[in-house]
Design a protein around this ligand. Sequence first.
Ligand SMILES: Cc1cc2nc3c(=O)[nH]c(=O)nc-3n(C[C@H](O)[C@H](O)[C@H](O)COP(=O)(O)OP(=O)(O)OC[C@H]3O[C@@H](n4cnc5c(N)ncnc54)[C@H](O)[C@@H]3O)c2cc1C
Length: 290
Amino acid sequence: MVNQVYQAHTMEEALNWLDQHKEKAKLIAGGTDLIIKLREGGMMPAVLIDISNMQDTKHIEERDQRIILGSTATFTDIQQSQIFQKRLIAIAQAAQSVGSPQIRHRATVGGNICNASPAADLLPPLLAMNTKALLQSKEGSRLLPLEELLTGKETTCLLPEEMLKSIEFSSLGKGEGLGFSKLSVRNALAIARISMAVYLQLDDKGNCRDIRIASGALGLKAQREKNVESLVKDQPLDKKMIETASKALETNTLERLAGRKTLPFKRYAVQGVFQEALEQAMELCVRRDI
Ligand SMILES: Cc1cc2nc3c(=O)[nH]c(=O)nc-3n(C[C@H](O)[C@H](O)[C@H](O)COP(=O)(O)OP(=O)(O)OC[C@H]3O[C@@H](n4cnc5c(N)ncnc54)[C@H](O)[C@@H]3O)c2cc1C
């Protein structure tokens, strides 16, 4: 039973309480995932540390060509940030696709990442952007690739006394683009059935100089599709190559979802979702006006 609730106004306060109570404590940010788990009895921490009013982790900023997002920034904050209106609009679109306005107002970047659902909408674009996560404890900090933070279905390598402070990735320049696409059952309040993000860098001839593909809801966790990336990198990005990459994604889906009832539609849907995300990334790569 929860018998103590702390309200942190600074990260220092939250870290002190976390250090004091360790595995007995759970952080609560927007509560949009955690409250459901508490109600279902899936977990029962003795202590809750409310970090939703923690002001020093709400920032979204661009510094030295790096984008930095504090962990308690909400989906609404992302939608409203000028940083995500141009070449990085796919991240605002991923935020926009989450739940309802009420959910987006509460739900935080840190909660979406640390809940580590395979269908979390921010994870594919952040993985495609090679995002790094800054973890903080009372004793110090460590910066690690987001990919390493996510260890499995709803699991991370966060230690009991650690919290996610912020995430960061490089901003995009000319010749680069990020695309996002999501297939869900309804427009509002729908958890992704498949989501896909593609980071792309094209050279002047339209060849793929670099590509990073990440998927959501296609396995136990959101993940990079590295075998597909290696097929496309340094190749002309023509119709034949796009078909080859789409088929490779179908093969990955067949392997990961073998025996699941969603497999018959996901094996085909994954190809369309990928192509939509790729198309958006390609369009942004050739834009000169942003
Ligand atoms: C109706 C509804 C619709 C939804 N639709 C979508 C959707 O379309 N797409 C989608 O991706 N999600 C959706 N969600 C899920 C949810 O809104 C998101 O995952 C949200 O981002 C979680 O953030 P939060 O701040 O509410 O996290 P919380 O519920 O407060 O916390 C979630 C977990 O993260 C941990 N945590 C939170 N912050 C930190 C931190 N800084 N450091 C370490 N650990 C931390 C908590 O301890 C907890 O274990 C939906 C939820 C609901 C209820």
